[in-house]
Design a protein around this ligand. Structure first.
Ligand code: NAG
Ligand code: NAG
Length: 371
C-alpha cells in the first residue's frame, strides 16, 4: 500500500499516523539516534553541544520517541505472532490456492479479487454471489462463478458441493457477501431482519462447516471475515447489520481458539477486517463526521489492503482506517457520556443514504431473495 492511500482519501489522521510510524516513530531509526546521543562519544561533542544549545532537552525527547516507537513496534510484533499461533506457514503458493469470495460480483469482494489477480494471475478464484459478475475476468485468469442465495441453507449446501467437485477445496474463504437493508428497527418486515442475519451471519457459519474441514486436514488455509466498525460503534439504521458484524467478530475469536485447541491446525489463519464507511453502490451520501478523522474510504483502498493480507499468509486484525483500532477501543472502553455525545452527534449530522435501488427484493411468501 502506498504511503498516502492511492485512492483519494487524501490527508487524514490515518495518513499522519502511517507517516509517523515510518519516520519519527520508526524503532530502528530512533533507537540508533538515541544510542548515539546517549554514548557521549567525544567526537560528537561539537554536534551534541550545538543541538543542546537549541533544544536543551533533546536527549529526553529522543529517548521518549525511541521508547514510544519501540513499544508500538513490540506491540505490533506480539499482536501479529499471537494471532498466528507463533507459527509460520511456508506453503502459500499462488498457483495452488483456491480463493473463494462470497459477494465477489462487485464492491469490496471484486476489488479484493482484482488486487489478488494483479499479484498473480494463476490464483484460482471462486465467486459465490446472488447477482452475476459485473466485471470481466482478465485473460489467463481462472475465475469460477456460482450463483447462490446465501440466505438459503439448501443453496449453500448445494453450491458448496459443486465447488468442491468442480474446482476443489478452497484454501481461502473470504466471507464478504452481505446485505444491508438500511432500515430502522421498526421499518421493514420480519423477512428483512431475518434475511440480513441469515446472509451476513448464518451463511459464514455454514460455509465454515463446508470448507474448514479440508483446511484443518492440510493445516493450511485462511478465513477472512469482513466485519465493520458498526459492530463496535452502534449506528441508527444499522442495528441488524452491526449485530451480524459483532457476531462475526465473536466467530473470529472463537474459531482461532478452536483451530489451535480443538483441531490441532494452528497454521489455519483467521483474519477479520473492520471497516469504517466504504463508498460502494450501496452506500451514498456523507457520513457527517470529520473527514480527517473518519474518511469515507474508497473501495480499492480496502480491497488492496485485504489482498495484501491474504497474500502475506498471515492472519491480521485489520482496521481501516488503521487509527480505528484505537478509536474503537476508546469509544467502547471510554466513558459512556463521551460515547453518547460523539456518536449521537455524528449520527444526527450524517446524511448517509443506504440506496434502496440497490436492494435485493425479497419474496414475501418465501422470505428468500426474489428471483
Ligand atoms: C505466480 O505464482 C507461481 C506459482 O507460485 C509462480 O511460479 C509465478 O512466478 C508467480 N508469478 C508472478 C508474476 O509472481
Ligand atoms: C452485511 O451486509 C452488508 C451490506 O451488504 C455488507 O456490506 C456486509 O459485508 C455484510 N456482512 C457480511 C458478513 O457479509
Amino acid at each position: 500500500m502506498g504511503i498516502i492511500t492511492s485512492y483519494g482519501e487524501g490527508f487524514t489522521l490515518d495518513f499522519v499516523a502511517r507517516s509517523l510510524a515510518r519516520t519519527v516513530l520508526h524503532p530502528g531509526l530512533t533507537s540508533i539516534l538515541a544510542i548515539i546521543a546517549g554514548s557521549n562519544h567525544p567526537a560528537l561533542g561539537p554536534v551534541t553541544n550545538k543541538i543542546a544549545s537549541i533544544f536543551p532537552h533533546y536527549r529526553l525527547a529522543l529517548y521518549l520517541t525511541a521508547g514510544t516507537g519501540l513499544a508500538i513496534w513490540g506491540n505490533n510484533v506480539l499482536n501479529k505472532w499471537s494471532t498466528n499461533n507463533w507459527i509460520r506457514d511456508p506453503t502459500w503458493d499462488f498457483n495452488k490456492e483456491i480463493v473463494l469470495v462470497t459477494g465477489g460480483s462487485g464492491g469490496i469482494g471484486a476489488s479484493i479479487i482484482s488486487h489478488l489477480l494483479a499479484k498473480n494471475i494463476t490464483t484460482t478464484i471462486v465467486v459465490i454471489d446472488y447477482v452475476p459478475l459485473n466485471w470481466t475476468p482478465p485473460d489467463g485468469s481462472r475465475v469460477y462463478y456460482y450463483q447462490c442465495d446465501l440466505s438459503n441453507p439448501d443453496q449453500v449446501r448445494d453450491v458448496s458441493a459443486l465447488v468442491k467437485s468442480q474446482v476443489g477445496h478452497p484454501t481461502v474463504l473470504i466471507n464478504n457477501a452481505g446485505l444491508l437493508r438500511g432500515n430502522t428497527l421498526l421499518e421493514g418486515g420480519y423477512e428483512d431482519t431475518s434475511l440480513t442475519i441469515r446472509t451476513n451471519l448464518t451463511a459464514p457459519f455454514l460455509l465454515l462447516k463446508e470448507f474448514l474441514p479440508a483446511m484443518v486436514a492440510n493445516n493450511h488455509g485462511h478465513i477472512v471475515n469482513i466485519g465493520s466498525m458498526s459492530a463496535a460503534v452502534a449506528w441508527p439504521r444499522l442495528a441488524d447489520y452491526g449485530a451480524t458484524k459483532a457476531g462475526l467478530a465473536t466467530l473470529t475469536e472463537a474459531l482461532r481458539y478452536e483451530l489451535s485447541i480443538c483441531y490441532g491446525a494452528p497454521r489455519v489463519r483467521v483474519s477479520i477486517a473492520r471497516f469504517g464507511f466504504v463508498r460502494t453502490a450501496m452506500v451514498q451520501g456523507e457520513v457527517g463526521m470529520n473527514h480527517f478523522l473518519f474518511p469515507f474510504q474508497h473501495v480499492d483502498s480496502v480491497g488492496e489492503r485485504l489482498a495484501d493480507v491474504v497474500a502475506s499468509g498471515y492472519a491480521e486484525n485489520v482496521y481501516l482506517p488503521g487509527t480505528m483500532r484505537y478509536v474503537s477501543s476508546l469509544v467502547s472502553g471510554g466513558p459512556e457520556w463521551l460515547q453518547q455525545f460523539l456518536i449521537g452527534r455524528s449520527a444526527r449530522e450524517a446524511t448517509i443514504v443506504f440506496k434502496s435501488t440497490n436492494r435485493q427484493q425479497i419474496d414475501p411468501k418465501t422470505g428468500f431473495l426474489a428471483k
